[in-house]
Design a protein around this ligand. Structure first.
Ligand code: ADP
Length: 328
C-alpha cells in the first residue's frame, strides 16, 4: 500500500513556468512513489477573487490541461476538482467549529497578504478561514504527506493542530496528522527578476506560443551595467542567467557565465541559448496540450473519474466524522 499524498493548486491565473518547474514537475515524480491526490482548489481561488469569479472557469481548464500535458497520469494519480467534492465544504464547516480564532489570526500569510494585496478587500470571513478549508482538503483524504517548501511549514502545522484538537475532543483515531514532504524546488524568477508570479505580470505562461516566449525573453533585462556588447557583464545580476541555472545544461551555464564576464558573447546570444532550452523543455508539453485541446471529452472523462474516486474516499472519512460528532 502506497502512502497517500495530497496537494492542490489554486486556479487564480494561467499556469506559468514557475508553477511547472517549482511544483508540477515534482508532482509528476511523486505519482510513481505515492498514492497522490491532486486537486484544483477552485474554492480557494474564490477566497481572494470572490469579486471577479468569471475568469476562474478558464483558469481551471488551463490548469487541468497543463496537469495532464506535464505528465500527470490519471492511471497513477487522482486528479479532481475541489468544488465537485462537496464533502470538503462539510468538513470545513465542522472543523471551523473547533478552530480557535487566535490560531487563524496568527497564520503568517494572513496579515502578510492583507497588507500586500491592495486591490482586493481580504477582510472577510472566508479569507480568514482559508487555512481551515486547506486542513479539510488534507484531512478528508487522511493524507500522510503534503509536499511543501520550508516557508509553508507553518500552514501545515495548523492542519496538524486542528487534527490533534479533533482527536482530543472526539478521540476516535479518525484523522491522520499529515507530515510535510520537504521538497527542494527551484525558485523561478520572472521577466523582471522578481519571483515569477501571475500577480506580477512577469510570467512566461505554459500557454504562451513559442513566438511569445521568444519575444518575452528577448525583452528581458540583463545586467543593467552592461550597455554595449563589448562591456563585461556580471551574470549574477541578470535574471536571464538565473533562468539558465534552471533550464540549461551545466556546460551551457558555465559557458554563458564565463562568456558574459569576458564580453565574449552578447546578451542576445545568451538569450538565444535560453530560448532554445526553455522551448526544448516545453515542447512535449506543447504537443500534448494540442492533443488535449482537440479532445475536450477526454479531459472531462479524466476529471469525472477523478471526482468520483475523490468523493468516494472523502465520503468514507465523513461517515466516521459525522458519527464521532453525533451527526449520523
Ligand atoms: P503564483 O505565485 O503565480 O500565484 P501559486 O502561489 O498559485 O503561484 O503557486 C502554485 C505552486 O507553484 C506552488 O507550489 C508554488 O510554490 C509554485 N510556484 C509558484 N511560483 C513559483 C516560482 N516562481 N518558482 C517556483 N515555484 C513557484
Amino acid at each position: 500500500m502506497k502512502e497517500r499524498v495530497l496537494s492542490g493548486m489554486q486556479p487564480s491565473g494561467y499556469l506559468h513556468l514557475g508553477n511547472f518547474a517549482g511544483a508540477l514537475k515534482n508532482w509528476v515524480r511523486l505519482q510513481d512513489i505515492y498514492d497522490c491526490f491532486y486537486c484544483v482548489v477552485d474554492w480557494h481561488a474564490l477566497t481572494s477573487n470572490y469579486a471577479n469569479p468569471s475568469p476562474i472557469a478558464d483558469y481551471k481548464h488551463d490548469m487541468l490541461i497543463n496537469f495532464i500535458a506535464a505528465g500527470l497520469d490519471p492511471n497513477k494519480c487522482t486528479i479532481f476538482l475541489q468544488s465537485a467534492v462537496k464533502q470538503h465544504a462539510e468538513l470545513h464547516l465542522l472543523l471551523s467549529m473547533i478552530t480557535p480564532l487566535g490560531w487563524l489570526e496568527r497564520v503568517p500569510t494572513y496579515k502578510e497578504k492583507q497588507t500586500e494585496i491592495k486591490d482586493k478587500d481580504l477582510n472577510t470571513y472566508g479569507f480568514l478561514g482559508y487555512p481551515v478549508l486547506q486542513a479539510a482538503d488534507i484531512l478528508i483524504y487522511k493524507a500522510r504527506h503534503v509536499p511543501v517548501g520550508v516557508d509553508q511549514i507553518p500552514h501545515l502545522e495548523l492542519t496538524r493542530e486542528i487534527a490533534r484538537r479533533f482527536e482530543f475532543l472526539y478521540g476516535k483515531g479518525i484523522l491522520t496528522e499529515p507530515e510535510p514532504l520537504l521538497t527542494e524546488s527551484p525558485k523561478v524568477v520572472g521577466l523582471d527578476g522578481r519571483k515569477m508570479s501571475k500577480s506580477y505580470d512577469n510570467a512566461i505562461y505554459l500557454s504562451d506560443t513559442p513566438e511569445q516566449i521568444d519575444k518575452k525573453i528577448r525583452q528581458m533585462m540583463t545586467d543593467p551595467a552592461r550597455k554595449r556588447k563589448t562591456d563585461k557583464g556580471d551574470p549574477e545580476l541578470s535574471p536571464v542567467y538565473a533562468l539558465h541555472k534552471i533550464f540549461s545544461s551545466p556546460d551551457e551555464i558555465a559557458h554563458v557565465a564565463a562568456a558574459c564576464k569576458t564580453a565574449e558573447i552578447g546578451c542576445i546570444d545568451c538569450k538565444r541559448i535560453l530560448i532554445k532550452n526553455i522551448s526544448k523543455e516545453l515542447e512535449p508539453l506543447w504537443s500534448k496540450r494540442e492533443e488535449l485541446t482537440g479532445s475536450p471529452s477526454m479531459l472531462k472523462d479524466i476529471l469525472n473519474a477523478g471526482n468520483r474516486r475523490a468523493a468516494a474516499e472523502a465520503e468514507k472519512t465523513m461517515e466516521l466524522i459525522r458519527e464521532a460528532m453525533n451527526l449520523s
